[in-house]
Ligand binder design. Structure first.
Ligand code: SAH
Ligand code: AVI
Length: 319
């Protein structure tokens, strides 16, 4: 299989990025859409985050997949195709594939085509018999699955609580669109991070080594690299708060001084203490997440959590 031939036209083109930055930084509350975190450097930094002591979601979800892989495989049945949203390094996928029987195909979907290519090469080595059809796309837009995936029943897989990076309405819209994409009789296995003590939550998004800060500030480096920016990244800081009303971590880039910068020939001002909103990570209760799923046309079938109630893994069926 030629990977390039199989990649759909991506959406994170430079024009998209330019438009989002010029408009996002012109707003009263400056903001940058979360999807732009994931260029090659951002994806590598995210992988470093997943290995931090403070960042509990990855290891906890891997534990849940290992502990309940057999039950998941039973619920999914034989012969389905696995479609993964925001697959990144696809580091969790093999656990699912090892438990499931006669998986007919695997379609990883991601906005970072570099991450997609690397993951495909690794999985092709691990599962030489498995047809793999990568899709380079923005999962917040409508797109089709490759025809080659055929009409096998689909199991959608959306790990990592990446759904938590969407606003609550957008999360419902995403799940509804995923239902349309996956079709009749499909199921969806989805990871959702849980509300918890801020003593655990805040360090997970503001670690001692500063890796999460680098992940956040990479957005400014990306602007400098791709959009002829002259931002002095050392004059900005990564700031994290918990929004108690909505139940989410909010990440910001804060200007440490009154300063100006040029991006694609446009001048932007940042005042001391002004914040650019760059990410939300929603934390749910189980009933709240199940309610979102129901609104999107999914029926909660099963939910697994770890002993410390850090993370939840939901098995949903199309209602
Ligand atoms: N699934 C992996 C990676 C999570 S990181 C895990 O559980 O560890 C989030 C992933 O979603 C990244 O690989 C990023 O490139 C991808 N992503 C973020 N926004 C996206 C979007 N709008 N469309 C497609 N992929 C997106
Ligand atoms: C990908 N996503 C679920 C991560 C999260 O936990 O919101 C991204 C991340 N941001 C900072 N650390 C990790």
């Amino acid at each position: 299989m030629t990977i390039d031939a199989d990649l759909r036209s991506g959406s994170a083109h430079i024009e998209d990025f330019a438009r989002a930055i010029l408009s996002g930084l012109a707003q009263k509350q400056k903001h940058i859409p979360t999807k732009f975190h994931y260029d090659a450097r951002g994806s590598a930094l995210f992988e470093d985050i997943t290995r931090l002591d403070e960042y509990y979601p990855t290891r906890t979800e891997i534990g849940l997949l290992k502990a309940h892989g057999g039950e998941i495989a039973k619920l999914a049945g034989k012969g389905c195709a696995v479609v993964e949203f925001g697959s990144g390094s696809s580091r969790k996928t093999h656990i699912l594939l090892e438990h499931m029987e006669n998986v007919s195909a695997y379609a990883p979907i991601d906005i970072d085509d570099g991450a997609l290519k690397k993951a495909v090469l690794r999985l092709e080595n691990q599962f030489p018999e498995l047809p793999i059809h990568p899709v380079h796309a923005d999962f917040n837009e409508r797109f089709d699955l490759p025809d080659a995936i055929g009409d096998a029943r689909k199991l959608g897989f959306f790990p990592g609580s990446t759904i938590g990076n969407l606003e609550l309405d957008a999360a419902v819209d995403f799940m509804a669109r995923a239902g349309d994409l996956l079709g009749e009789g499909s199921d969806l296995l989805i990871g959702a991070d849980l509300q918890k003590d801020l003593k655990i939550l805040l360090p997970a998004y503001d670690d001692a080594k500063g890796v999460t800060a680098q992940f956040t500030l990479n957005l400014l480096h990306r602007i400098n690299r791709e959009l002829s920016g002259n931002l002095d990244v050392s004059r900005f800081a990564h700031v994290v708060i918990y929004n108690d009303e909505i139940g989410r971590i909010e990440s910001y880039i804060e200007s440490l001084y009154d300063q100006h910068a040029e991006i694609l020939g446009h001048r932007f001002s940042f005042s001391e203490g002004e914040r650019i909103h760059v990410e939300n990570s929603h934390k749910y209760t189980i009933p709240q997440f199940q309610d979102l799923a129901r609104k999107a046309g999914w029926r909660p079938e099963q939910v697994w959590t770890d002993a410390d109630d850090l993370f939840s893994l939901h098995y949903l069926a199309r209602a």
